[in-house]
Design a protein around this ligand. Structure first.
Ligand code: PMT
Length: 315
């Protein structure tokens, strides 16, 4: 990865980051004033867009409803009540309009409530209950901060601001990168100002978005624990690519998932030792088919990541 490539990518689009700086300062101040200082996790969620026009009418989107991120953030918030767990403050960097912690099921029900195949089940009482749970898990000041993004430019710059601010929390900061980040983009300088004419065929030339993981682990927040995700549709290449993320970018762990089985099976790859050449341990996390209704694999994912973070924080 070329850091200069990442630098020019970031500078290629105007993004207002001042509001996040302000929100983050207030959030971290409130988090610090808690009796015990809690570890902080930044959960990223949902897909980034790539605008085709500066006054954006059309854009390329990335697959992700934000289910993984929302359910995982929920588990980190719930972890506050777990034995032996200090409980997490959550910074939720998620795509505008994607699923939210505690509300995801109601959001999905709402989406199907007016389906052509007949009315879905939208229970107002369930929505009220979900909101109550959300408020009770986030009411302490400094517990939950929502940072919404839409474009890949916003995502990258917001993540950098958050990472640089959390760097002062050292090993107590955890990054859990479930967002689906665009791999290609059109640089701002090459983007047309107004809506592209629909008159003829459209040929686009897209540039590669530089990988940000290496910058996160070595420059923005070098002491934080970083867990990234790897999504593939071909099982054959999934683990090889997931290992490469550890060896190339120095992340602490990768959660590797295949598109169609991602809700039932995820492989956790952990770097067992310091340095990018350290051995890698693999374990498969599965949702037990006989688990009670409503069980989600994110309980296991977050449980395993919390254990890893605890070990890393003790070093
Ligand atoms: O939201 P759901 O519908 O529940 O779906 C969840 C999910 C499948 C999107 C999620 O589990 C997942 O796998 N997220 C990561 C998807 C992804 O972007 O994979 P990737 O193989 O393209 O990227 C791997 C890692 O590199 C990611 O952690 C990403 O943050 C990072 N990346 C990607 C591109 C880029 N330019 N820079 C990066 O740092």
């Amino acid at each position: 990865m070329s850091f200069s490539g990442a630098e020019s990518f970031r500078k290629s689009s105007p993004v207002d980051t001042e509001w996040i700086e302000r929100e983050l300062s207030a959030f971290l101040e409130r988090a610090r004033s808690q009796e015990e200082s809690r570890p902080i996790v930044c959960v990223t969620s949902g897909g980034t867009t790539v605008p085709l026009e500066r006054n954006c009418v059309r854009f390329i989107d990335n697959f992700s409803k934000g289910t993984r991120g929302a359910l995982s953030a929920e588990q980190f918030l719930k972890a506050r009540g777990m034995v032996h767990c200090a409980g997490y403050s959550v910074i939720f960097l998620s795509r505008t309009g994607s699923l939210l912690p505690f509300l995801s099921e109601c959001q999905e029900d709402m989406a199907t409530a007016f389906s052509v195949s007949g009315p879905g089940e939208l229970q107002v009482s369930a929505l009220a209950e979900a909101l109550r749970t959300f408020h009770s898990c986030t009411e302490d000041p400094g517990t939950f901060l929502h940072v919404p993004f839409t474009t890949v430019f916003e995502y990258v710059q917001y993540l950098e601001v958050i990472a640089r601010r959390l760097a002062s929390h050292g090993r107590l900061a955890l990054f859990y990168l479930a967002a689906a980040v665009s791999d290609y983009y059109i640089p701002w300088a090459e983007m047309v100002e107004h809506k592209i004419s629909g008159a003829g065929p459209l040929v686009l030339e897209l540039q590669k978005v530089p990988k940000l993981l290496g910058e996160l682990t070595s420059v923005w927040a070098p002491h934080a624990t970083v867990v990234s995700f790897k999504l593939e549709t071909d099982e054959e290449v999934l683990l090889t690519k997931a290992k490469a993320a550890i060896q190339k970018y120095g992340v602490d762990a990768v959660l590797a998932n295949e598109l169609h089985s991602r809700k039932e099976r995820v492989t956790l790859l952990v770097r067992a030792g310091e340095g990018r050449a350290a051995p890698i341990h693999c374990s498969v996390l599965r949702l037990d088919p006989s688990a009670p209704p409503g069980s989600v694999i994110e309980e296991q994912l977050v449980g395993a990541v919390v254990d890893l973070h605890r070990q890393r924080s003790r070093r």
